[in-house]
Design a protein around this ligand. Structure first.
Ligand code: HEM
Length: 139
């Protein structure tokens, strides 16, 4: 009897662990509905930001929104496949400097903050986007 309890306890524990291991950053963020809200909030902030808004004057915002949602979904291990252009191609010739890059990241953080994303989760997403930086700044 004791052994049966121990075994079922162990099974339950390993089931819990495997559920825990399967939790992706995508889930942590709140899935697609949360990512959509974060991106919408980010675009709203960009619209009011004197430092970077001029880069977006000619931009098709519907496309930008859908590609950024896809990208964040993909880098956070969600069920999406990014179908946009490469970061290098998109941002080439925009002459984006370090301060503009940092400002853009700040606006993304602002949006995540407004949507109640915990700081540890925010940092996880930022660290997955950070490797894109060299393709975005100055070419
Ligand atoms: C981690 C930082 C960034 C990420 C992940 C990112 C991601 C993206 C994505 C996914 C697109 C859409 C690509 C497509 O249409 O195929 C895009 C477009 C664009 N990005 Fe970024 N971006 C970042 C930083 C920046 C910065 C710092 C600026 C300028 C200050 C910027 C300005 C733009 C503009 C203007 C477009 C639209 C280009 C067009 O009109 O065709 N991005 N970006």
């Amino acid at each position: 009897m004791k052994t049966a309890i121990l075994i079922s306890g162990a099974l339950l524990l390993s089931a819990c662990q495997s559920v825990q291991n399967e939790t992706t950053l995508y889930d942590e963020l709140g899935g697609l509905p949360a990512i959509e809200k974060i991106v919408d909030g980010f675009i709203y902030e960009v619209g009011f930001d004197e430092q970077i808004v001029q880069h977006f004057e000619q931009t098709d915002l519907d496309r930008f929104r859908s590609k950024l949602i896809e990208q964040i979904c993909e880098v956070s291990d969600g069920p999406c496949q990014y179908s946009g252009d490469s970061m290098l191609d998109v941002h080439a010739n925009m002459d984006i400097n370090e301060s503009e890059f940092n400002r853009t990241v700040d606006l993304l953080i602002m949006s995540m903050e407004k949507h109640g994303i915990p700081q540890t989760t925010q940092n996880k997403l930022l660290s997955r986007l950070a490797p894109l930086r060299p393709d975005i700044i100055y070419h």
